[in-house]
Design a binder for this molecule. Structure first.
Ligand SMILES: [Zn+2]
Length: 179
């Protein structure tokens, strides 16, 4: 499964790319986007794995959760992103662009997390329940496990971390990211 740094850095980069594209055509968005929102993008990219945290807490308390509430359950489905999308559209309707953008960033972060878990192999062993709650069928491409590379997820996460540290150290790309 892709690990934390992979999820956070990919979400940050995707949101930054969307931001740059938007700003190219819609300069009035400049006042809305900030490095704080990119920080939020990184956290949103990790948000579905909140199920690891509360699952561990319930496990230690001796409580068994139903499968759809365990890691890879409902928080790893598009249904989890839906309320943020709806809230974002509502804020947009009432001309509140700042909270609308924040909600859209969370939506993007969640969906990217699910997509990465689907492609690389994360969440539940049975895969991502794209059609939840209509179906609990899971799908997964699971590239990391199929690659046969030992510790592939840790290797990928380490490489992403080194890349990110290089960006921070050299400043290459950083200016673009923080613009
Ligand atoms: Zn996950």
């Amino acid at each position: 499964m892709p690990l934390a740094i992979t999820h956070m850095v990919s979400s940050l980069y995707l949101v930054n790319a969307i931001q740059k594209r938007l700003l190219k055509h819609q300069q009035h968005y400049r006042a809305i986007f900030s490095s704080r929102l990119l920080f939020m993008a990184a956290l949103a990219g990790l948000l579905p794995d909140i199920d690891i945290v509360y699952h561990a807490a319930f496990y230690m308390a001796g409580v068994t959760l139903p499968a759809w509430l365990q890691h890879g359950g409902i928080f790893h489905t598009p249904l989890f992103a839906l309320p943020f999308l709806v809230l974002g559209l509502a804020f947009l309707k009432y001309e509140r662009p700042r909270p609308a953008v924040a909600c859209f960033i969370i939506t993007v972060g969640i969906l990217l997390h699910i997509l990465l878990d689907f492609v690389l192999g994360g969440g539940a062993d049975s895969g991502i329940m794209w059609l939840f709650p209509f179906s609990q069928q899971g799908w997964s491409i699971n590239i990391l496990a199929k690659s046969g590379i030992p510790h592939a997820a840790s290797l990928l996460d380490g490489l992403v971390a080194i890349f990110w540290l290089a960006v921070l150290e050299t400043g290459v790309g950083l200016k673009r990211i923080m613009e």
